[in-house]
Design a protein around this ligand. Structure first.
Ligand code: CO
Length: 461
């Protein structure tokens, strides 16, 4: 019998970088190791999307599209992967369809092979346009489940979602456990159920936050998962992914075929070790991010959300109400139809729980985000919103029926015309639409840098 193959998606350039050091790795720092990464035998290299785009413009003075083109050149044999928040692209607001289409088009044209497409509420109508467009330009659309647990997040409902995603034309399925709360048995059951329902490759994504990840991956592999997301050891563990080398070692021992090359993985690890140590020394990488935090297994609240709750209460001089806020959090989540607790819903639920406790009356104060959520602007909720809460938040206003993006006017051509010469290409227009202030500042700096360089050259001559 031939060995069953398990492959790895390497996250060091995107999720590990984002989870441990707030995405601060500049391209120039990791450029020297790209040829090794290209030969390591990964299924794919996650290197773009998520927060990389924002941070390039905001802190690194890099054009994210130029970064992508350079990655494409330096990784000629690898599949380049990105993370896309469906109709939100890389942010938290909904964009009109023409923008989503252009964004996907240029992502693929500039080098992306696999687009992992998700929606924070698992509303697949928010994923449809991105999936269609990914297929149109010949990349692989990976239809993604944002994993959470609740009475309505049953195996049946996940299987239903996966079948609908297949109908929409996805080429693979990703189970995205952004909080690291999935246990080994849950992974086994979910992967088995999806394998039974559709004939598509499955990728499992989790984080080491709670310490479950290695066990969860192992059981997922037993159930037939095709790809697991890991990070090269110096950038693994804690809020990042399990280590690539460790998983490769264990899976080989268990008789699976593993495609990564141990010698090259070691070279990649040796390269990143001093870089990691540098970030520890300058305080960018906090020891807390590398430890195991089991709190969210007790409270069913993601780790990041607990620290947000604490800092909110501290700001309001109400730390003594922490226990009450903690008890209130799952109640608010239930009222709101069990949204997965991922940005931005995790913040919305947390803030509301604190408000409910401090005001002494539930939903007396609500944020504009909660109003928009109840209006249906974020999409369809997993379960209906509690009617009492709905009435308190919206009054007589009727929530939206259908898809919020359908109410938005096209904006790509209009923005392009407005920008005129400021945008040098369509990618610039997309950067501006996604992050207007950041892009504007970046365009100015880019121009100034070029003018300086020109003067310098003349003087030198
Ligand atoms: Co992640």
């Amino acid at each position: 019998m031939s060995k069953r193959k398990v492959q790895f998606m390497e996250t060091v350039l995107r999720d590990a970088n984002q989870s441990l050091i707030a995405t601060r790795l500049p391209f120039d720092v990791y450029e020297p190791i790209l040829d090794k990464i290209d030969q390591a035998g990964y299924y794919s290299v996650e290197c773009w999307g998520g927060a990389t785009f924002d941070v390039c413009l905001r802190y690194l003075n890099e054009d994210p599209w130029e970064r992508l083109k350079k990655l494409r050149k330096k990784l000629p044999n690898s599949k380049l992967q990105m993370l896309l928040r469906g109709q939100n692209i890389l942010g938290y607001k909904h964009y009109p369809d023409d923008v989503v289409r252009k964004f996907v088009e240029y992502s693929v044209k500039d080098g992306i092979d696999i687009i992992r497409i998700f929606d924070a509420l698992n509303d697949i109508t928010n994923m449809k346009v991105a999936i269609e467009e990914t297929n149109k330009w010949g990349a692989l659309a990976s239809g993604t489940i944002s994993y959470t647990t609740s009475p309505v997040h049953t195996l049946e409902n996940y299987v239903k979602m996966v079948k609908e995603l297949k109908e929409m034309g996805v080429g693979s399925i990703c189970i995205k456990d952004m909080a690291g709360i999935m246990g080994p048995q849950e992974a086994y059951d979910l992967v088995s159920a999806i394998k039974d329902a559709v004939d598509l490759p499955i990728d499992l994504h989790t984080h080491s936050t709670t310490g479950l990840a290695f066990m969860t991956y192992l059981k997922a592999v037993e159930a037939g998962v095709d790809v697991i997301d890991t990070a090269i050891s110096p950038f693994s563990g804690g809020t990042s992914q399990p280590a690539t080398e460790t998983m490769a070692y264990a899976l080989k021992q268990l008789g699976y075929e593993v495609t990564t090359d141990d010698k090259i993985l070691k070279e990649i690890a040796d390269f990143f070790k001093p870089i990691r140590d540098g970030y520890i020394a300058d305080g960018t990488l906090m020891p807390k991010s590398l430890t195991t935090d089991t709190q969210c297994l007790t409270y069913q609240v993601p780790g990041g959300m607990l620290s947000n709750l604490l800092s909110q209460l501290k700001m309001m001089n109400a730390l003594d109400r922490f226990d009450e806020a903690l008890v209130e959090t799952p109640k608010v989540r239930k009222d709101l139809g069990y949204p997965p607790l991922v940005t931005p819903t995790s913040q919305m639920v947390g803030v509301q729980a604190v408000q409910n406790v401090l005001a002494g009356e539930r939903y007396k104060n609500v944020s504009k985000e909660i109003v928009a959520y109840c209006r249906g602007e974020y999409g369809k909720t997993p379960a209906p919103i509690d009617p009492e809460v709905m009435k308190k938040v919206l009054g007589d206003e009727k929530p939206l029926e259908g898809r919020y993006a359908d109410t938005l006017e096209p904006m790509f051509e209009k923005t392009k015309a407005e920008l005129g010469d400021t945008a040098r290409n369509d990618e610039d227009v997309l950067s501006y639409i996604a992050f207007p202030q950041l892009a504007e500042k970046y365009f100015e700096k880019r121009k100034a840098a070029e003018e300086n360089k020109a003067t310098y050259t003349i003087e030198e001559a």
